[in-house]
Design a binder for this molecule. Structure first.
Ligand SMILES: [Zn+2]
Length: 429
């Protein structure tokens, strides 16, 4: 008789199939009908959704949980946020950044978010954020994969020491090359920064993820340069453009030329709907642009697109709970991805699609993969988007790392049920 360390029984996978999952050590050992198997721990997931863990491809862990320090962002704009972060990073200490980041990772684990790509600001001669997050990366390694991006927040060329400090950060072990071409002094400086950053990545064998065209200016076209450099340097499949909000406002003819080039170069896109629905369009009267990039159109060209969270309780965004379902929920609405296959896609855009963008090769629910999963109080992936429900159990690398009791509401209504869970059994297509 088969024997496992952990057996998760009866769960519904995001594709709708029902399978038991047997875990031995840190790996998934078997999946299917495992009736009769023995296990040290049995988790009954009958009727619940069992998903691979959530993945956030765009975050700022050096700034998280700092909201209100030293003041709040009064205008709500990207530029005031950058200025405010500039003040905060002067007074921040390594210890305080570590403490905030670890507190955030606790939130993430409780939400089944077990892999995060975080940008870390390299525009600081002391590189406090880099030191803090490299330390946090080691601390959380047993249960959360933290991938770090060297991010010259104040401009790779615009800030006098950013270039040298970004290279130092990469020497110290930061994983991915970042940048912010639309914040350089001129369009040509922005394009030059894209070129040099991609060359650095090619030389060092690293991935690239640039904050790219996070503006409502339709002429901000650094994604074109990023796509060209990806092709030129043979970086296909290793490059992502985050935000790409200017694409919302671009000329349709230009976009019809751009998207096939992105697809050819296998450049991925990381829109961040929570933050960009609040930051963009701030200079508009009415009609007011949404400022989200063209998600459905990119998908139609086969471009890899994953939802990112970007911010939780920091100079740019006052809300957030580390819930990638909140991110997908907002993205679904703003991008109008309301057809059943589009909603299903929104769920994979915070799970499998993001794992691909981060090159997480051991990810997924299949025998031999790392045993990381989350049990949600929902009957399907689409219902999970609707409910954004409790995470009943989170397993990371073969260890149960979080449990939460089911939290049905108790009703006191004459002639009505005594409790309610808000599940709904109508077929979703
Ligand atoms: Zn960002």
């Amino acid at each position: 008789m088969a024997s496992f360390d952990i057996l998760v029984t009866g769960g519904t996978l995001p594709d709708g199939t029902v399978k038991d999952i047997g875990i031995t050590g840190d790996r998934i050992a078997a999946m299917g009908d495992l009736t009769g198997a023995e296990a040290g721990t049995v988790i009954d997931a009958t009727g619940d959704l069992v998903s691979p863990p959530f993945v956030d491809p765009h975050f700022h862990m050096d700034a998280t949980l700092s909201y209100g320090t030293p003041r709040i962002n009064g205008s709500g704009t990207l530029l005031e946020g950058i200025a405010l972060w500039g003040e905060l990073k002067q007074i921040a200490t390594v210890e305080e950044m570590v403490e905030r980041a670890l507190a955030y990772c606790d939130w993430a684990v409780s939400m089944g978010l077990l892999a995060v790509r975080s940008h870390v600001d390299t525009c600081d001669d002391a590189l406090k954020g880099v030191e803090a997050l490299l330390h946090v990366k080691e601390v959380v390694k047993p249960y959360l994969d933290l991938q770090l991006v060297a991010f010259p927040q104040d401009g790779f060329y615009r800030d006098p020491t950013a270039r040298a400090n970004t290279l130092r950060a990469l020497d110290m072990g930061v994983d991915v090359v970042g940048g912010i071409p639309h914040f350089e002094r001129t369009m040509s400086d922005g394009a030059a920064s894209v070129r040099e950053l991609c060359e650095i990545a090619a030389e060092r064998g690293l991935l690239v993820d640039l904050h790219c065209d996070e503006t409502d200016d339709p002429l901000s076209r650094h994604i074109e340069t990023l796509t060209y450099e990806t092709q030129r340097l043979g970086l296909q499949g290793r490059v992502a453009g985050s935000h790409l909000t200017s694409m919302h406002s671009m000329d349709n003819y230009y976009v019809s030329k751009l998207l096939p080039l992105m697809a050819e170069a296998q450049v991925a896109a990381i829109p961040n709907p929570l933050i960009n629905i609040t930051l963009q369009g701030r200079h508009d009267t009415y009609p007011k642009r949404r400022g989200l990039t063209r998600v459905k159109e990119m998908r139609s060209y086969g471009i890899s697109v994953g939802w990112g969270q970007d911010c939780v309780r920091d100079p740019w965004y006052s809300l957030g709970t580390a819930d990638m379902l909140d991110v997908a929920f907002m993205g679904l609405h703003v991008a109008q991805m309301t057809a059943p296959d589009e909603m299903q896609r929104c769920f994979t855009m915070v799970t499998e699609e993001n794992a691909k963008i981060l090159h997480l090769d051991d990810y997924g629910l299949a025998p031999g993969k790392l045993a990381s999963l989350v049990v949600l109080d929902a009957g399907s992936a689409i219902e999970a988007l609707r409910l954004r429900p409790d995470r009943l159990c989170v397993i990371s690398k073969g260890q149960v790392v979080s449990r939460q009791a089911r939290n049905d509401a108790a009703l006191t209504l004459p002639g009505r049920p005594s409790s309610v869970r808000r599940r709904h059994k109508i077929a979703e297509g």
